[in-house]
Write a new protein. Structure first.
Length: 171
């Protein structure tokens, strides 16, 4: 087991990590090369973005797995913005959300304000407001937020069709 995955297990616990990795992988999709996401950001593997990416790069499954856990660890820091105890489902939902929108936007969100005020049901409900990218509502974000909210509320996650890339697009 990698040191990164071991650190994630220590931070989140096995249940939250498994659920967060599953949610993130499902909605980000897995693509073994660089592509531009729906709003034009250069992306690879499982939703990885960064200045080191260049068009035309390809990645192995092992490289994509390692990058996913490194990215989850980076975004797990955002959970420190919430000062209340969280369930595994809440940790997974908020980590998937922070992975998608970034740590700064997560920490500045109504989700964190509501959670810190003790309104965890309200924090979970707030996820449903974040379904826009580039000024337009995206069906993939609607589905992702519904799944994150279900996990956050401790409900079964809606069954979704398996797809290799978000919004059915295949770069």
């Amino acid at each position: 087991m990698s040191a990164t995955k071991t650190r994630l297990l220590a931070l989140l616990g096995a249940g939250a990590l498994a659920l967060a990795a599953s949610l993130t992988s499902h909605f980000e999709g897995r693509v073994d090369h660089t592509y531009r996401d729906p709003v034009g950001i250069l992306t690879s593997c499982v939703g990885h973005t960064g200045p080191e990416l260049r068009m035309g790069q390809t990645f192995s499954a092992a490289q994509c797995d390692a990058q996913l856990y490194a990215d989850l660890l980076k975004h797990a820091d955002a959970l420190n913005c919430i000062k209340r105890p969280l369930s595994d489902g809440q940790k997974a939902a908020f980590l998937s959300f922070a992975f998608n929108v970034g740590n700064a936007r997560f920490c500045d969100s109504g989700i964190v304000r509501k959670a810190n005020a003790g309104d965890l049901p309200g924090a979970c409900a707030e996820l449903g407001r974040w379904v826009y990218a580039g000024g337009r509502q995206l069906p993939g974000l609607v589905q992702r937020r519904a799944a994150e909210r279900a996990a956050c509320e401790g409900r079964p996650i809606p069954t979704l069709t398996n797809r290799s890339h978000p919004d059915g697009q295949h770069p």
